[in-house]
Design a protein around this ligand. Sequence first.
Ligand code: B12
Length: 304
Amino acid sequence: MTAGILAANPMRLLSPRELAEALGVSESSLKRWVDAGKIQASRTDGGHRKILLSEAVRFIRETGAPIARPELLDLPEVAVAQQRGLGGTVRLLDHLLEGDVVGARGWLMSRYLAGASIAELCDGPIKDAMYRLGELWRHDEGGIFVEHRGTDVCLQALAQLRALHDPPEEAPTALGGAPDGDPYLLPSFMAATVTAAAGMRAVNLGPDTPLVAFDAAVQHHAPRLVWVSISSPLSPARVRGLIDWIEALPGSVLPIVGGQQSSPFAGAHAHASFRHVHSMAEVEAIAREVLDAAAPAPLMGRGA
Ligand code: B12
């Protein structure tokens, strides 16, 4: 297998020298940044500093540090995207039209490393490219495979971004999917990726999920946030069934519904915390709200 096909492992540990080479800076500068707390590092038994790849990515995003040799961070596809330039003429749509996974991964990862959030990438370029794909073919017989393939390319590129986030076991869980009869893969995967990036444990039930399966998953995972993604039209009876199900969720859950065909849920009184939302930016903001509410209150000083 080549490095271009493997996703980067966020748990990989880098030495200061490896990260310095990747960033094109001296090892001593890198060690200074570590010692000043700008980059978090652990120490091996022998006292050597080690930096998680996910921490290196955080540092690059927050400081705008250029990457001289992305392949040293297991991100060779970023080098190709950098050569083309972030403002270049190659569009994400072009990679989707060609079924070019490595190109799409590099396109998205280089923008993520330059500071764009995953929610911004979902609501902007990925959504735009998929809509354009839909306009080009409108599901004519010759084009359906291009739409399936484009969806899969997006999923693979997003999976790489999702893999960079591994919230702790004790983090609150976000869980969701699309109801049965709804085959759309991307919106629910996006919600999982965005909630994971915000710091929640994300459980994606994916498309075509019967209500009994939603129910069993909620019992099993006791989530704090539940998303339902609706991209296929639902009959009024099924809307009612979903609203009833949401209404019966425990008070500790914040349920959200969104998606292209979710308008019947606008203004629905389904649950005290229920919200009808429209974008991954809103999902991200709600996940942060849930995390803030779940965070332990700061200890009050004795006698305060
Ligand atoms: C790929 C695709 C398919 C694939 C799906 C592959 C898969 N497994 O995922 C296949 C080929 C199966 C398919 C089938 C059909 N499709 Co289709 N499909 C598309 C296409 C091109 C892309 C869909 C997509 O992934 N979009 C990208 C996502 C990310 O965009 P989004 O859903 O809007 O999500 C964003 C927001 O809405 C929001 N959001 C979405 N969900 C949620 C959830 C929550 C909780 C929140 C907060 C936010 C949120 O955030 C996202 C990011 O911003 C669209 C074009 C389009 N406009 O989307 C057509 C499109 C949706 N399909 C269409 C049609 C007509 C069909 C079929 C009826 C065709 C047929 N005759 O069989 C079937 C219906 C299937 C069904 N049972 O519903 C039409 C719908 C027209 C309409 N408005 O009614 C479209 C618009 C194409 C077109 N231009 O005509 N489709």
